[in-house]
Design a protein. Structure first.
Length: 319
């Protein structure tokens, strides 16, 4: 598997939010005519993953005609961001400072400011910002996560059915992966739910494409300061994918040697660094319940990441 991990993908160099879109051209064939693309990350705290997301969003908007970018934000918070993108209302730093803490970063600010520039350049064909997070609710426990997954899928499908413009969904991989039996394990506790990505695939078929981003090790900042993330546990896919010096993009449905295909189709485990992150056990949270080839059409793997830059002047939204 190490040989395929080293030579079976496309190196993305240099990686930059303003990088050449031609380097991402292979994504065009993978996305095809899909109207919804999910970009799933294992953490929101890594700079390189957010920069890579920005680069992919640029490609989807500028080359494939996507005209909406959705994040897991409530509509009353996403509204001011969209007003800034559409009309220049308010200040970019202020509206991004009203997002959830994991989105209050310079890297997300860069995405929003780019969306504004694009819309100014093509006012007759603007790009929109969409808040996709469900409203507060009273359900608790396991049912709470099931509710979030169903409501996220409903929000995406509502945009698809009622607005119609192509939508990029930026969220955690646990939400966007095509995983009807997705299991999140935090230490000894394991919870299984049918996630949003599987609901979107069931309803849209090939009209929903799932892209995954992973990393091997580095430093992340989830808003409470930088934390070292060591090499992944041996059972995680990131361990097999290794430590490339530049990001590598894999087509997980391409023709490959039989041993590689068996690995891609085998049950997989992926590390998560999110709300349940424990600095004393940085590999405590894992996703399973499916294979890489089931979860994603394409995957980009990065060797080493650094922390996002948290907005120093971010304001805490009213609650």
């Amino acid at each position: 598997m190490s040989a395929w991990a080293e030579t079976g993908g496309i190196q993305l160099e240099p990686m930059s939010a303003t990088g050449p879109l031609d380097a991402l051209e292979p994504l065009g064939a993978i996305v095809g005519d899909a109207g919804v693309v999910g970009i799933g990350v294992p953490t929101h705290g890594a700079r390189e993953l957010t920069v890579l997301t920005h680069w992919i969003v640029r490609f989807l908007v500028e080359r494939l005609g996507f005209r909406a970018v959705g994040m897991d934000e409530e509509s009353n918070v996403g509204g001011p961001v969209d007003a800034y993108v559409q009309h220049g209302a308010g200040e970019a730093r202020t509206v991004v400072g009203g997002l959830w803490p994991h989105h209050r970063t310079v890297e997300v600010l860069d995405i929003v400011e780019w969306m504004r520039v694009f819309t100014q350049r093509t006012p007759q064909d603007p790009v929109r910002f969409v808040g996709l997070e469900p409203d507060e609710h009273d359900s608790e426990g396991d049912d709470s996560m099931a509710y979030v997954e169903s409501r996220l899928a409903e929000a995406v499908l509502g945009w698809h059915d009622n607005v119609g413009s192509k939508l990029v969904v930026i969220s955690g991989a646990t939400h966007t992966a095509v995983a009807p039996d997705r299991t999140v394990t935090i230490g000894p506790e394991a919870v299984t739910h049918r996630n949003a990505g599987s609901r979107l695939r069931e309803r849209l078929g090939a009209g929903y494409v799932s892209l995954g981003l992973t990393f091997h090790h580095g430093v992340v900042d989830l808003g409470s300061g930088p934390h070292e993330i060591p090499v992944p546990p041996a059972q995680a896919v990131e361990s097999t994918l290794g430590e490339p010096s530049t990001p590598v993009m894999f087509d997980l449905h391409a023709d490959v040697a039989e041993p590689v295909r068996r690995w891609l189709d085998a049950p997989a485990t992926m590390r998560l660094v999110g709300p349940a992150f424990d600095p004393d056990e940085p590999s405590k949270a894992l996703m399973s319940g499916g294979s890489l080839a089931q979860w994603f059409e394409s995957l980009v793997h990065i060797g080493k990441v650094g922390p996002v830059t948290v907005l120093a002047s971010a304001e805490t939204p009213d609650t």
